[in-house]
Structures are given as C-alpha cells and as structure tokens.
Design a binder for this molecule. Structure first.
Ligand code: ITT
Length: 202
C-alpha cells in the first residue's frame, strides 16, 4: 500500500521513507500532492501529530502518517519540546538563510550556559507518529531517545539538532553516526517499531 507522509520537513521525510521501505510501504509526500500545512495549534506532540495526519487523510483521501517530534532538555524544564521547530525557525538568528539550524541549537546552548558550567546536560528526543484514515479512524505511537547535549555541534549527517545530540551509550552525535544506526536507536525508530507491530505486522 501507499501512505501520504504529512510532513514538509525533508529530513523527516527521508528517514520515514527509509523506515517504511523494508515493510513494502510506499511514501507519497504531502508536498507532491500540494496538501496545505495545517497550523500546529496543539499543546502536545500527540495533538500536533493528529492535527497533521487527520488533515492530510481528509484532503488526500488516502491513509496518512504524520510525525511530531522535538527535543526536551531536562535543565530547561523540558523545553523546547513541542516548540522545537519554532525555536529553530523564528526565534533565533532570524534572517540568516542556511544558518538557522546552527542558531536554534545555539539558543538551547545559550540557555544552558546561563545555568553555569555544571549544568545537567541530559536531553531526550520525542517522536509521536499519528496514522489517520479518511473515515476518521486514527492511532498514535510514541517514541523516545535519551541522551545528552554537546557543544560545539559535530557531524554532517541527519538533520535538525542531530549535531548536538549524543544518544545514551554512544560517544558520537546523531550527525556522526550512519543513518542505519540512527534508525536502530532513534526516537523515530522507537515509535516506528510500535506502529509497524500494530498496523503492518508481517
Ligand atoms: P512537519 O511539521 O512538516 O513534519 P516540522 O519540522 O515543523 O515539520 P515538528 O513540528 O515536529 O516538525 O518539529 C520537529 C523539530 O524537532 C524540528 O525542529 C526538527 O529539526 C527537530 N527534530 C525532530 N526529529 C529530529 C531528529 O531525528 N534529529 C534532529 N532534530 C530533530
């Protein structure tokens, strides 16, 4: 079967495609269908993932999969959380195209630095996958990857905050490890395993 992937984030789309491929599932991107991007007005990853999946299923008439994800930093009381993309896109180094990623990571680091040299650097990536059918049926699956933040950023692989995130048990950042390895341990892989077990068992 085919699924519409309700994301406009190229990094996510690539990872979701790689995670779905072994299950014989084909991705159609929301962008290629010209689907609109609904406002993410939810206060949780679950709410936002459902908003995106339902809107795409309704508009396309095809089963849709959405991913809402983000980084929670312990010393920042879980921020940026659902606002991870907002911090990246708007609130930091606005107007310097191509450097936004560095800037967003720098905002997190700046807030950590304010808390002194012995600040707790623990953080976790969260991912909620929502699947929705045109008839309104839906389900959500949550994934999690514990780790810690490093500075300066290291590595060129992956996307988003990968260059500053070291997953638990590793000394490399997500941007320094091969995609296959990231796909074995990431928050997205964790949520995916639950989705596949329930929706696409082989
Ligand atoms: P869509 O809503 O169109 O899917 P988005 O980028 O706005 O795209 P989110 O609202 O879910 O998606 O924001 C997710 C944020 O978390 C975004 O800034 C990503 O860079 C970051 N993020 C999520 N997963 C990540 C990963 O595996 N590695 C690095 N950063 C990640």
């Amino acid at each position: 079967g085919s699924l519409v992937i309700a994301t406009h984030n190229a990094g996510k789309l690539k990872e979701i495609g790689a995670l779905l491929e072994p299950h014989g599932l084909k991705c159609i991107s929301a962008g290629s269908l010209g689907l609109p991007e609904p406002p993410e007005t939810g206060r949780s990853f679950v709410e936002n993932a459902l908003i995106k999946a339902r809107a795409a299923a309704e508009a396309s008439g095809i089963v849709a999969l959405a991913d809402d994800s983000g980084l929670s930093v312990a010393a920042l009381d879980g921020r940026p959380g659902v606002y991870t993309a907002d911090w990246a896109e708007r609130q930091w180094f606005e107007g310097e195209p191509g450097r936004d990623w560095y800037m967003a990571m720098g905002k997190v680091e700046g807030l950590l630095a304010e808390r002194g040299p012995h600040v707790d650097r623990q953080a976790a990536f969260h991912c909620v996958l929502a699947i929705a059918w045109p008839d309104g049926e839906h389900a959500v699956y949550e994934g999690f990857a514990p780790g810690s933040l490093v500075w300066p950023p290291r590595g060129k692989l992956g996307f988003g905050y990968d260059p500053v995130f070291v997953p638990e048990g590793s000394d490399k950042t997500f941007a320094e490890i091969e995609p296959d390895r990231k796909h074995a341990i990431s928050h997205r892989a964790d949520a995916f395993a639950k989705l596949v077990a329930e929706q696409f068992p082989s």
